[in-house]
Design a protein around this ligand. Structure first.
Ligand SMILES: Nc1ncnc2c1ncn2[C@@H]1O[C@H](COP(=O)(O)OP(=O)(O)OP(=O)(O)O)[C@@H](O)[C@H]1O
Length: 584
């Protein structure tokens, strides 16, 4: 139990101060709570020993009012500090999480799914925000509250105090057992929650497939199972807690009875004055309230601990080590020297060496899965090589500061991701401080200005999440405009394989030409026209460069390249004849 508190304490970071204030206010609240018994005691004494007068009533009333006011003020302070601590604790951690995932290698996303990350950033951090300070203050405050009362009883009569202490100890032992058992349920809860989020996300992302294969409704088994499991696990946690809370209540009930019994016995044997005996009888019904509150929060404490563990797991992920070179990269010759790379244990690139000259266009071709995308991702350090090295301007890319390296590289992916924001802001991703005029100029060069202007809100049109409201060609041209605005010297381009209509294709071609002029270009090329124009073609097969050279030279080799080109030429002529037929 102590470990959980220590973990929470360490986790609270800058908010420790507010938590301390909140716990201190809870302690003062406990003192004011005990203070009301002073008024009761005073009245009992007047009743049994002296006489009740108006003055006595006024004094008792004033003491009660002080107790009440003190309780209200301290409770408010405690709650305000709790809310402040919870909110800022979670807000700080969300920012830290965002920063962290920008710096971890891409391999992290293979082991830590989108569902897990979403659960962490939403559910877990919300649990931390709303539960942790409350739990900490309720558990510690509740415990302190009861301790203050038990101490007061000790001062009145040591035996009755001991009876209360024994009851309290048994209660804590039961609570500790419950807390240990809740550990497994809390882990199950966390796993089930992640599974539920994963399934909801995957259902939403795959809605097109679900609809087209009629997998909605009752056929959506994974999501149904996840919802069912979530319900069952929550119920199991409740069921696990109930017997313990019943035993806790019985322990407290028996302790109260024992305290009453001992008070009466001592009063009968003249060892306890009637005022003290009646006082203890009244107090015994309320002194354990704080403890009961603390006990019922212990099971939730485990869930909060799990949320902290999930956060710490990500927080302790090693980040990509970066070098120290900050001077802008002037020479953009790229060299792969005996590079090998595996995803986990699966070798993908095997001892690859290649030279890419500054201001030239290199086309990467090869069968699907041969490692073309991986080759390009390594240049931007999305992953780090297992052996060998990649040099830009004669220096290992690991020696550059990441920001410096990324300033020199623009990437245009085949699957363009656009954010749910205005078109202008999506283009500005390439240069945050760009003016509207610069955005328009980039859009014109990327041949997307016309269609943007035709939209109802022009550049202020909000694009649906992922760019859902635009065609494939339009999305790729916007991403070219982004890259255009960034104006980096190295362009890594994954040409779209999806069918684009001829009008869009021409515009896309013009946009690409405009983007890649006088740049060092590495293009995963799929179109014959693009490949032919390249200064150098690298042919990849099973992670090895099996051929390299110019188009004519490679065709003459009659190897894999010539096979690929023949297959492509066939496919493109088939496409042309199909188009011709449609147009006829
Ligand atoms: N993040 C990843 N984790 C594990 N394996 C991966 C990952 N990305 C790709 N792979 C695997 O690495 C191999 C090479 O993939 P890569 O995307 O580099 O090939 P490619 O030549 O670009 O393929 P395509 O032309 O189909 O896009 C594939 O077998 C793929 O399954």
């Amino acid at each position: 139990m102590i470990n959980v508190f220590r973990k929470i304490w360490l986790f609270s970071g800058k908010e420790k101060g507010n938590l301390k204030k909140s716990i201190f206010a809870a302690f003062i609240h406990a003192v004011f709570n005990a203070f009301q018994f002073v008024a009761i005691y005073y009245m009992l004494e007047c009743l049994f020993i002296s006489k009740i007068s108006t003055k006595n009533i006024i004094i008792a009333f004033v003491i009660l009012m002080i107790s009440l006011l003190g309780k209200i003020v301290t409770q408010n302070i405690s709650q305000m500090k709790q809310t402040h601590a919870g909110y800022f604790m979670a807000a700080d951690k969300r920012i830290e999480l965002g920063e962290k995932i920008k710096k971890v290698p891409m391999g992290f996303f293979n082991s830590f799914s989108l569902g897990k990350l979403t659960t962490l950033a939403t559910t877990n951090l919300t649990q931390i925000e709303s539960w942790i300070p409350v739990l900490l203050v309720n558990v510690l405050g509740g415990f302190l509250n009861t301790c203050v009362f038990v101490l007061a009883i000790f001062l009145i009569n040591i035996y009755i105090g001991l009876t209360a202490l024994v009851g309290m100890t048994v209660f804590l032992m039961v609570t500790s057992l419950m807390e240990k058992r809740s550990r497994k349920n809390a882990t199950d809860m966390a796993n089930i929650q992640t599974c539920l989020t994963k399934n909801v996300l995957s259902t939403l992302q795959g809605m097109q497939v679900i609809k087209s294969y009629n997998l909605g409704g009752e056929n959506n088994k994974n999501l149904d199972d996840a919802i069912d499991n979530s319900y069952k696990t929550t119920l199991a946690l409740e069921k696990m807690v109930i017997p313990y809370t019943v035993v806790q209540r019985i322990v407290i009930g028996l302790t109260i009875v024992a305290m009453l019994f001992v008070s009466i016995r001592f009063n009968i044997s003249d060892n306890l004055i009637i005022t003290d005996a009646v006082m203890i009888m009244i107090a015994s019904f309320t002194i354990f309230e704080g403890l009961i509150g603390a006990g019922s929060n212990m099971a939730i404490l485990r869930i909060a601990e799990n949320a902290i563990d999930s956060y710490e797991y990500v927080n302790q992920m090693p980040i990509l080590k970066e070098g120290s070179i900050t001077e802008p990269i002037k020479n953009h010759n790229i060299a792969f020297k005996n590079v090998s790379f595996s995803y986990d244990d699966r070798p993908i690139l095997k001892n690859v060496s290649a030279e890419i000259k500054e201001n030239t266009m290199t086309a990467i071709v090869g069968p699907s899965g041969s490692g073309k995308t991986t080759f390009c991702s390594l240049i931007a350090r999305f992953w780090d090589v297992n052996s060998g090295e990649i040099l830009i301007g004669g220096k290992n890319i690991k020696d550059y500061k990441i920001e410096n390296l990324m300033n020199s590289i623009s990437m245009v992916f085949q699957d363009v991701y656009l954010f749910e924001d205005t078109i202008e802001n999506n283009i500005k991703f390439g240069k945050q401080n760009a003016s509207h005029e610069e955005v328009v100029e980039a859009a014109k060069k990327a041949r997307c200005h016309e269609f943007i202007e035709a939209l109802p809100e022009g550049y202020d049109t909000i694009i649906g999440e992922g760019g859902a409201s635009l065609s494939g060609g339009e999305k790729q041209r916007i991403s070219i405009a982004r890259a255009m605005l960034k104006d980096a010297d190295i362009i890594i381009f994954d040409e779209a394989t999806a069918n684009i209509d001829p009008e869009n294709e021409d515009k896309l071609k013009e946009a690409i030409e405009s983007l890649t002029k006088n740049k060092t270009v590495i293009m995963i090329a799929h179109r014959l026209k693009t490949i032919r124009n390249a200064d150098q073609i690298l042919v990849l097969k099973d992670g090895e460069i099996v051929e390299r050279g110019g188009h004519e030279e490679l065709i003459k080799n009659n190897g894999l390249y010539s096979d690929l080109i023949n297959a492509k030429a066939k496919a493109e002529s088939w496409k042309l004849s199909n188009k011709y037929r449609i147009e006829l």
